[in-house]
Ligand binder design. Structure first.
Ligand SMILES: Nc1ncnc2c1ncn2[C@@H]1O[C@H](COP(=O)(O)OP(=O)(O)OP(=O)(O)O)[C@@H](O)[C@H]1O
Length: 483
C-alpha cells in the first residue's frame, strides 16, 4: 500500500475553501430526514445483549445505574419547553441518558456557565448540546433571523448531521431557522446568514465572519463538538480561537467529546474558562456493546484477502472500513469493485456535494460498505452500522520512530457501531510486530479485551460475527417497525 501521509480530519478545512451557506427555513419531518443522526429510528427499542440469547430492553439499560444510558429523571423533570418535549417525543426519546441528565441542568442554568462534557460514543451528547441551544433561543420575529447560537464540528458530514438533529428536535419551535456553513462547490452564498442557529466547520464559519456574512453580536452559545479533535489540530484550533474571539465575552462556551486526552484537557479549560465539567476515566470509555476482535494477517496482501473473505459479513448490516490514507481507500475500492463487490468510499480527496451523495447513500442503506479514512472516525451516527474494520490500526507516526497507537481515534472509530445500547463488532487487522504492539497498547490503555479471530475456519468466523451482527440488525428493524 501507499506510503502517503495519513489522512486526518484536520486537513479537510484547509483544503476546501468555498462555503455553502444554506439557511433552512422549516425543519423536515422526522421520517423524511433519515433517522440516523437525527435519532428517529431509535425509539426506545428492545435491544439484545451481546451474548445473543437474553433480550434487554432499552428501558432496562436506562434503569441500570452503571449504564451510561441510565437516568433517574425524565425529560419533563429537566425543565424543557413543551414544544421541545414534543420534538423529543416525536423522535422516540423516552428517557435521557446519563450525560443528558447530568449535563442539562448545568448547561441550562442562568447565568450561563461554560461547560466541558465527556461521555462514551453513542450516548447522546448531540441531544445534550442541542437541547441547551434550543432552550436559549429567542425566536421572536425580529430575533429569529439573528444568529444566537453557533455549533462547530470538524467535518461537513458531522455539521450536516447536527443540522438534521436540530431540524427534528426543534420541529415544533415556530420561527426556528437553521443555517449550514460548510465548504461547497459553488461561490453562491447569501449576503447575510439570516438564521437563529448556525452549524458549520471552523474554516467556513471564520471566513463568513471575516466577510461579515455571519454577524457575531447576538451569539450567546458557542458549541464545539469533537472539541478535543478541533482544538488539537493546529489549523482548526486556530480557527476556533479566532471565531471565539469575535464573540461577546459573555458567550457560553460548550465543549463536548468522547475523549479529552491529557494534553488537550488543560487547554480546553483555557478555551472554556471556569467550566462545569463531566469527565470519565479512560478505562470507562469503551462501550460494552461493541465486541472487539482482531485478525492476524501475514502481510498487506493477506489483509486485502481477509477483507474480501469478510465481504458477506460486511453486508449483513452496514459497515465502515477504516484505512490510513486516501490512496489505500481508492486502491481497495478499485480492486473490490473490479472483483464484482459493491463498495463506496469517502475521503478528504472528494469535495463538496459529491461527499454528501456518498454519505447520504450510506445513511439510506443504498451503499452498505463504506471505505474511509479518519475523516469519518468521529461523530457519524448511522444506527445500522454493525461492523467496523480497522484495516489499518490508527496511529501517530513520527518518521524514524516506531508507530504509536492513536487511542482516541481507535475509540471514535469503533464507536461508529454499538450506538445507544446497540451491539456491534469491531475487527482490527494486524499484519506485523509493530501493529501487534499497538493493539496490545490499546488493550492495556482501555483495559479492554480484544479477542483473536481464528481465520483457519471461516465458517466459524462467520457464525460468531453473524450472530452479533444479526442481533444488532434485528434491533434496527425492530426500532424502525416501531415508528
Ligand atoms: N435519550 C435518548 N433516547 C433514545 N435515543 C437517543 C437518546 N439520546 C440520543 N439518542 C440516539 O442515540 C444515538 C447516538 O447519539 P449521538 O450521536 O448524540 O451520540 P454521541 O454521544 O454524540 O456519540 P459520538 O461520541 O460518537 O459523537 C443517536 O442516534 C441519537 O438519536
Amino acid at each position: 500500500m501507499s506510503s502517503e501521509t495519513p489522512e486526518t480530519t484536520g486537513s479537510l478545512a484547509d483544503r476546501i475553501t468555498k462555503p455553502d451557506v444554506t439557511p433552512d427555513t422549516q425543519p423536515a419531518a422526522a421520517t423524511e430526514d433519515g433517522a440516523d443522526g437525527a435519532g428517529a429510528q431509535l425509539q426506545g427499542s428492545e435491544l439484545n445483549e451481546p451474548d445473543y440469547t437474553v433480550e434487554v430492553k432499552l428501558s432496562d439499560l436506562q434503569a441500570d445505574p452503571n449504564n451510561p444510558l441510565f437516568s433517574a429523571k425524565t425529560f419533563e423533570q429537566l425543565g424543557l419547553d413543551e414544544r421541545i418535549l414534543k420534538g423529543l417525543s416525536k423522535m422516540g426519546f423516552r428517557k435521557p441518558s446519563k450525560v443528558q441528565e447530568r449535563a442539562l441542568p448545568l448547561l441550562m442554568a442562568n447565568p450561563a456557565q461554560n461547560f466541558v462534557g465527556q461521555s462514551q460514543s453513542g450516548t447522546g451528547k448531540t441531544a445534550a448540546f442541542v437541547l441547551n441551544v434550543l432552550s436559549r433561543l429567542d425566536l421572536s420575529p425580529d430575533m429569529q433571523t439573528r444568529p444566537q447560537a453557533l455549533i462547530l464540528a470538524p467535518t461537513r458530514e458531522l455539521a450536516r448531521q447536527i443540522v438534521g438533529v436540530i431540524q427534528i428536535m426543534g420541529q415544533f419551535l415556530e420561527g426556528l431557522i437553521i443555517g449550514t456553513a460548510v465548504p461547497a462547490d459553488s461561490n453562491t452564498r447569501p449576503a447575510r446568514m439570516a438564521c437563529s442557529v448556525v452549524v458549520g466547520t471552523p474554516g467556513t464559519v471564520m471566513d463568513m465572519m471575516k466577510k461579515r456574512i455571519l454577524a457575531p453580536n447576538d451569539i450567546a452559545v458557542l458549541v464545539l463538538d469533537e472539541a478535543d479533535n478541533m482544538l488539537d489540530l493546529q489549523g482548526m484550533g486556530d480557527q476556533c480561537i479566532r471565531v471565539k474571539s469575535a464573540l461577546r465575552p459573555t458567550t457560553q462556551i460548550v465543549l463536548f467529546s468522547a475523549t479529552f486526552p491529557e494534553h488537550v484537557s488543560e487547554y480546553s479549560k483555557k478555551f472554556a474558562k471556569d467550566p462545569n465539567e463531566i469527565r470519565l476515566q479512560h478505562e470507562e470509555l469503551t462501550v460494552e456493546g461493541i465486541k472487539q476482535l482482531y485478525i492476524d494477517c501475514n502481510d498487506e496482501e493477506e489483509k486485502y484477502n481477509n477483507l474480501v473473505q469478510l465481504y458477506g459479513l460486511l453486508t449483513v448490516g452496514s459497515s465502515i472500513i477504516f484505512v490510513r490514507t486516501r490512496n489505500s481507500a481508492a486502491e481497495i475500492e478499485k480492486r473490490m469493485v473490479a472483483e464484482g463487490h459493491t463498495v463506496a468510499s469517502l475521503t478528504g480527496g472528494i469535495e463538496g456535494s459529491q461527499r454528501d451523495t456518498v454519505i447520504d447513500a450510506f445513511r439510506s442503506g443504498d451503499a452498505k460498505v463504506l471505505i474511509t479514512t479518519n475523516v469519518l472516525a468521529r461523530g457519524i451516527d448511522v444506527s445500522t452500522v454493525s461492523l467496523v474494520v480497522n484495516y489499518d490500526i490508527p496511529d501517530h507516526h513520527t518518521p524514524g520512530r516506531p508507530r504509536e497507537p492513536d487511542f482516541q481515534t481507535y475509540l471514535h472509530r469503533i464507536g461508529r457501531t454499538g450506538r445507544f445500547g446497540r451491539i456491534g463488532v469491531a475487527i482490527s487487522f494486524v499484519s506485523n510486530q509493530e501493529e501487534w504492539n499497538m493493539l496490545r497498547k490499546i488493550q492495556q490503555h482501555f483495559g479492554c479485551q480484544i479477542d483473536r479471530v481464528d481465520t483457519g475456519d471461516w465458517d466459524e468466523v462467520e457464525e460468531v460475527i453473524k450472530k452479533t451482527i444479526k442481533n444488532s440488525r434485528a434491533q434496527a428493524n425492530f426500532a424502525a417497525n416501531q415508528q
